[in-house]
Design a protein around this ligand. Structure first.
Ligand SMILES: NC(=O)c1ccc[n+]([C@@H]2O[C@H](COP(=O)([O-])OP(=O)(O)OC[C@H]3O[C@@H](n4cnc5c(N)ncnc54)[C@H](OP(=O)(O)O)[C@@H]3O)[C@@H](O)[C@H]2O)c1
Length: 243
């Protein structure tokens, strides 16, 4: 068996996912750069290998079962297992960033296809490989905008951000995180939701006030949790967030 830990990051061709891939590579892992575009994914993987990291592109559109199954088969053939899965791919489409009363169900469905259903599809496809690792970690990249506690506080900074589609997709993702953590409690696999914080990326037209290094820095600790680390929680780095 390959001694290096193997990490798959979805949506790793840019933004927070790319930086998470870089950081896991620096931890000595073989990083599988999941991307739906071969061109963008190959370019990202090449940048990481150019920095001396062990990175491989794997085509993975989280809304496309065929690519998910093909990716799982390829990982099985190449490595026989998976140590870390970071479900990072996410969208906040403009057509879904409207008032609840103006939201078309199609835009809501589109958001959920990636942010919610995609996570379940990828996780279920990768779980047989994760079960073969000694102490696998699953990190679901969520958002503080998925926290009903924070969103419902009229005095809080999150209150005005009433994005039904995006916010509720991350609330659903938090619930999904807990469900997997409960099912996998008797295994060595830990499952947590990570909030990277408001980070300048294409997702928000670079309005975020954190750098991608800072955002990714709040995700990576959950991929590196020790045996006595938590499972089934929601964190900014290692700082717990309310559901
Ligand atoms: N930025 C923030 O302030 C912030 C805050 C909290 C949480 N987050 C979360 O952090 C994660 C990363 O977002 P980001 O800010 O880094 O955004 P980003 O720069 O727009 O990156 C999103 C990544 O997801 C990929 N992606 C989208 N749909 C996909 C699909 N169907 N299959 C595979 N990959 C897909 C994109 O690939 P393409 O290049 O092909 O589009 C891209 O690589 C998301 O889950 C987001 O919700 C971000």
């Amino acid at each position: 068996m390959n001694e290096k830990r193997i990490a798959l990051v979805t949506g790793a061709n840019k933004g927070i996912g790319f930086e998470v891939a870089r950081m896991l590579g620096r931890e000595g892992m073989t990083v599988l750069v999941g991307a739906r575009s071969e061109e963008r994914g190959e370019k990202a993987a090449a940048e990481l290998t150019g920095d001396g990291l062990d990175a491989r592109f794997v085509r993975l559109d989280v809304t496309d079962d065929e690519t998910i199954e093909a990716a799982a088969k390829w990982i099985e053939t190449e490595f026989g297992r998976l140590d870390v899965l970071v479900n990072n791919a996410g969208i906040a489409p403009a057509e879904a960033s409207v008032s609840p009363s103006e939201l078309a169900v199609a835009a809501l469905r589109m958001t959920y296809e990636t942010n919610v259903f995609g996570v379940v599809a990828v996780t279920n496809a990768m779980l047989p490989l994760l079960r073969r690792a000694d102490a696998a970690r699953i990190v679901n990249v969520s958002s503080e905008l998925g926290s009903i506690t924070l969103l419902s506080d009229p005095d809080g900074v999150y209150y005005p951000f009433n994005l039904l589609a995006y916010n509720s997709s991350k609330t659903a993702l938090n619930g999904i995180t807990l469900s997997y953590a409960k099912e996998l409690a008797d295994t060595g696999i830990k499952v947590n939701a990570a909030n990277p914080g408001y980070t300048a990326t294409d997702l928000n037209a670079h309005t975020g006030f954190q750098t991608v290094e800072q955002g990714a820095g709040f995700v990576v600790p959950l991929a590196l949790l020790p045996e006595d680390g938590p499972s089934g929680g929601f964190f900014t780095g290692t700082e717990p967030l309310p559901w």
